[in-house]
Design a protein around this ligand. Sequence first.
Ligand code: SIN
Ligand code: FE2
Length: 226
Amino acid sequence: MPTDKDRQPVNLDLFVGRDPLEPERQVLGPGAVLLREYAAERDGTLLAALDQVLQAVPLRRMSTPGGRPMSVATASCGTLGWVTDRRGYRYQGSDPASGRPWPPMPEAFAQLAADAAAEAGYPSFRPDSCLINRYAPGARMGLHQDRDERDMSHPIVSVSLGVPAVFLFGGLRRNERPQRVRLLHGDVVIWGGASRLRFHGVAPLKAACHPRLGRYRINLTLRRAG
Ligand code: SIN
Ligand code: FE2
C-alpha cells in the first residue's frame, strides 16, 4: 500500500521518471493533444535515422533576425528547412551553410508524424519539413508562434527525445499565461485547428542524463511548410 510519504508531490521539473497517474492522452486545447510515449516504441528507428541525417547536415546555432545566437542548435531535413538570420525567419530548399539541398526526410519521421497527426484528428497530414532542435542544459525557446508556413490548416507535430523539458503552451495572445507541460522521451504534441497559432516555447533545460541521448534533449518539429 502506498503510504502518505509515497504520495507527496514531487518536483516535476527535476523528476526524470514518468508519473503513472498521468494519462496517455491529454487534451491541451481545441485541436491540441499530447500523446505520451507515442514515439517510444519506435525510438531506435528514429534515433538511427536521426544519426544519418546529422551525418549529412551539422547542427549549428543560427542567429535571430536581431543578431542574437539561439541557445538551441538546429538542423533540418525534408524538402524545406527552417532558417533564421539577419534577413528574417523563413523556409528554404537549401542549407545556407553549404548551399546544398537539405537531406531527405527519413520515412520513419514522416510516418510517425502522419500517424500521430491522424491519432490527434488530422488524418491527411504529410510533413515536408523537419526541424531538429538540440537543447543542452540551459537552452530554451522563447514564446513564439509558428507562422512561417504557407497553409495554417496543417498541424504541427512535435516529438520529444532525450532528457525531460517543460513545454510552455500559451494562448493566441503573447500575454496569456502558458500551461507548463512536462515532456519526456517519446512524447508527441500535436497542435492545429483553433490552436494552430498558439504561442509556445520551452523553459530552460534542467541538467539531466538520458541513457540514449546523454545530457541533451532533441525535439523534432514536423511541419507542412510549402
Ligand atoms: C519549437 O517550438 O520550435 C520547439 C518546441 C520544442 O522544442 O518542444
Ligand atoms: Fe515553434
